[in-house]
Design a protein around this ligand. Structure first.
Ligand SMILES: Cc1cc2nc3c(=O)[nH]c(=O)nc-3n(C[C@H](O)[C@H](O)[C@H](O)COP(=O)(O)OP(=O)(O)OC[C@H]3O[C@@H](n4cnc5c(N)ncnc54)[C@H](O)[C@@H]3O)c2cc1C
Ligand SMILES: *[C@@H]1O[C@H](CO)[C@@H](O)[C@H](O)[C@H]1NC(C)=O
Ligand SMILES: *[C@@H]1O[C@H](CO)[C@@H](O)[C@H](O)[C@H]1NC(C)=O
Ligand SMILES: *[C@@H]1O[C@H](CO)[C@@H](O)[C@H](O)[C@H]1NC(C)=O
Ligand SMILES: *[C@@H]1O[C@H](CO)[C@@H](O)[C@H](O)[C@H]1NC(C)=O
Ligand SMILES: *[C@@H]1O[C@H](CO)[C@@H](O)[C@H](O)[C@H]1NC(C)=O
Length: 533
């Protein structure tokens, strides 16, 4: 390298470093000045909703809903400010001031994003945290509810059950998930085969757009209303609340979990399940949770456990003949089954005692760990030798706390067209796979080992899962499948790499909607829909 290029390089580095540091420091002060000024004009008492790093509770507010310890380290970029609005009039000023000062804004509802996109950014940013927007009103007679974005799905289930034992809602399994991110990415759980996704049951919404206007379904129009039901809310605005259609559930449902090891023919049973699970009666949902088990002396022996984890929307008397007819190999008997109310089944699937309903209102997850996850869709059964390859990967050291979950599709999912909502994974998919690997604090320095294990699993699976595109579920966010450029105009070509995987052909319609509602790409992140303007 000659002297000239060295001095050019030094100059460039100087410019980059000085620009970024002044930009963040000044941007920060200007942003705060702007915010205080704006909020003041709006007659708001602001001091109790704005947290800067100088506030003693800044760290706990930041940390509270985080579900993935990968994003809690010292080196994780931190927001300049966290705003926890108590009234919706406090939101447009945040948008205006962030726009005016070139600062990114991340909206957080439940904070469960797998890659931390609601609270981490590589460029200067603020968090708009909707934790105080958690009101839920249930009208059992009309079978509808309004639920604010910061509410958790557990609290929604709780409020529904409080009003009626025969109403429910088809959303996720983990009670602490926030409805803001969950519904806007699709959202599914044990009622999926009967009622589809959470997003399939959203009938109205309120959103604040990039110009600070509050819109409902009528005033936002059908294109934007379509986009936010599965296209990810973060690209389009700040969703305040959803109006949802509640669904009928019987007074008694039946649950069971049957565990089989390889020695108990798990491979054959998992293989057989692939031909059956998506074709069963819509009232029957049987997922498989695969883990590794160490046993024997010093845990040196290993096997795989397949847990067939199920809910049936009816009594055991109707379930047993159904199972006898369709899946006799599993050997289900009455003693394996428990009848309970739908709300108790929510606790059962979440791993809580079924009497402790109040837990559904608790926003604190009992166990928060380090993890990395990925998703896949399966259209053709994986042969037994293909499953055995998964078992071999499970025997590797990094997979001690790995989990692979097969969730059956079919039923209602087959009846909804691929373009009805941005979520395109409908007919033709027999099940979805979630790949997960967890690790502990002591291994934090070795995160890369675990992440490369799950990447190996993912490349191994390529042969057996959907391709062109290799489909993925946005709510199981995975930045490995592609990310936007950080600076400047987001490249359409680059965004379509990940966009087609999440949305297939719906990606282009999402881009059209985005280009109209947010032409300057204010609402952006590593996987936000690009605007073509
Ligand atoms: C323990 C655990 C269990 C899970 N179980 C399930 C499950 O059973 N089924 C399932 O489908 N998924 C499940 N998920 C995934 C979950 O659906 C997604 O992570 C979902 O996006 C979380 O929503 P949130 O509001 O909690 O997350 P956040 O991290 O707050 O937000 C996620 C994304 O949505 C954006 N966003 C959030 N709120 C708004 C808003 N109000 N307006 C606009 N954009 C917004 C954020 O900016 C971010 O991009 C689970 C996740 C975890 C961690
Ligand atoms: C402004 O705030 C004061 C004190 O909180 C309140 O009494 C008054 O009604 C508010 N005015 C408006 C227009 O909201
Ligand atoms: C943060 O600190 C400022 C300055 O000390 C104070 O005025 C404000 O009330 C604090 N904010 C919160 C939310 O406690
Ligand atoms: C496993 O399957 C084989 C052959 O299908 C059968 O003979 C055997 O009894 C099964 N084992 C168990 C534990 O069910
Ligand atoms: C563990 O594996 C060893 C070697 O294969 C075997 O001899 C032993 O019986 C196994 N232990 C148990 C508890 O199955
Ligand atoms: C909420 O759950 C957490 C984690 O399990 C627990 O520590 C806490 O005591 C619970 N809070 C209440 C009010 O029950």
């Amino acid at each position: 390298m000659n002297t000239r290029s060295i001095s050019t390089l030094t100059f460039i580095l100087f410019v980059i470093l000085s620009c970024s540091s002044t930009a963040s420091a000044d941007g920060h002060e200007d942003f705060l000045d702007c915010l205080f000024h704006e909020l003041h004009n709006h007659n708001n008492s602001i001091s109790n909703v704005v947290y800067t790093p100088r506030n003693s509770s800044y760290s706990s507010i930041l940390r509270f809903p985080i579900q993935n310890l990968r994003f809690t380290s010292e080196s994780t970029p931190k927001p300049l400010v966290i705003i926890t609005p108590e009234h919706e009039s406090q939101i447009p000023p945040v948008i205006r001031c962030a726009k005016a000062n070139g600062i990114q804004m991340r909206t957080r509802s439940g904070g469960h994003d797998y890659e931390g996109l609601s609270y981490v950014s590589e460029v200067p940013f603020v968090i708009l945290d909707l934790i105080n927007f958690n009101e839920i009103t249930v009208d059992a007679e009309k079978k509808i509810a309004w639920v604010e974005s910061g509410a958790t799905i557990g609290s929604l289930y709780y409020r529904i059950a409080e009003k009626s034992p025969t109403l429910g809602f088809p959303a996720g399994v983990c009670p602490t998930v926030g409805v803001g991110g969950h519904f806007s990415g699709g959202g599914y759980g044990t009622l999926l085969r009967k009622y589809g996704l959470a997003a399939d049951n959203v009938i109205d919404a309120r959103i604040i757009d990039v110009n600070g206007r509050t819109l409902d379904r009528k005033s936002m129009g059908e294109d934007l209303f379509w986009a936010i039901r599965g296209g990810g809310g973060a690209s389009f605005g700040v969703i305040l609340a959803w109006k949802v259609q509640l669904v009928d559930v019987p007074e008694r449902v039946t649950v069971f979990t049957i565990q089989k090891t390889l020695e108990q023919n798990a491979t054959q049973l998992v293989h057989r399940w692939q031909y059956i699970a998506h074709k069963l009666d819509q009232d029957l949902f049987i997922r498989i949770i695969l883990t590794r088990l160490n046993y024997g002396q010093d845990g040196r022996n290993m096997t795989i456990v397949a847990a067939f984890n199920s809910i049936f929307l009816g009594g055991v008397d109707r379930l047993l003949p159904l199972m006898q007819e369709n899946f006799p190999e599993l050997g289900l008997v009455r003693e394996d089954c428990t009848e309970m109310s739908w709300i108790q089944s929510i606790l059962y699937f979440a791993g809580f005692p079924i009497e402790s309903r109040e837990i559904l209102l608790n926003r604190t997850q009992p166990t928060v760990r380090y993890f990395k996850a990925k998703s896949d869709y399966v259209q053709k059964p994986i042969p037994e030798y293909g499953l055995e390859g998964i078992w071999r990967l499970f025997y590797e050291a990094e997979a001690q706390e790995a989990v692979v979950i097969f969730s059956p599709y079919g039923g209602r999912m087959d009846e909804i067209s691929e373009s009805a909502l941005p979520f395109p994974h409908r007919a033709g998919n027999s099940y979805k796979i979630q790949h997960l690997v967890y690790w502990e604090e002591e291994e934090a320095q070795n995160s890369d080992r675990y992440i490369s294990w799950i990447r190996r699993l993912y490349s191994y699976m390529a042969l057996y899962v959907s391709r062109s595109p290799r489909a993925a579920y946005i709510n199981y966010r995975d930045l490995d499948i592609g990310v936007n450029n950080n600076e400047g105009k987001i490249s359409y070509a680059r965004a379509s790499i990940w966009g087609i995987k999440y949305f297939k052909n719906n990606f282009n319609r999402l881009v059209r909607v985005k280009s109209i509602v947010d032409p300057n790409n204010f609402f952006r992140n590593e996987q936000s829909i690009p605007s073509l303007h």
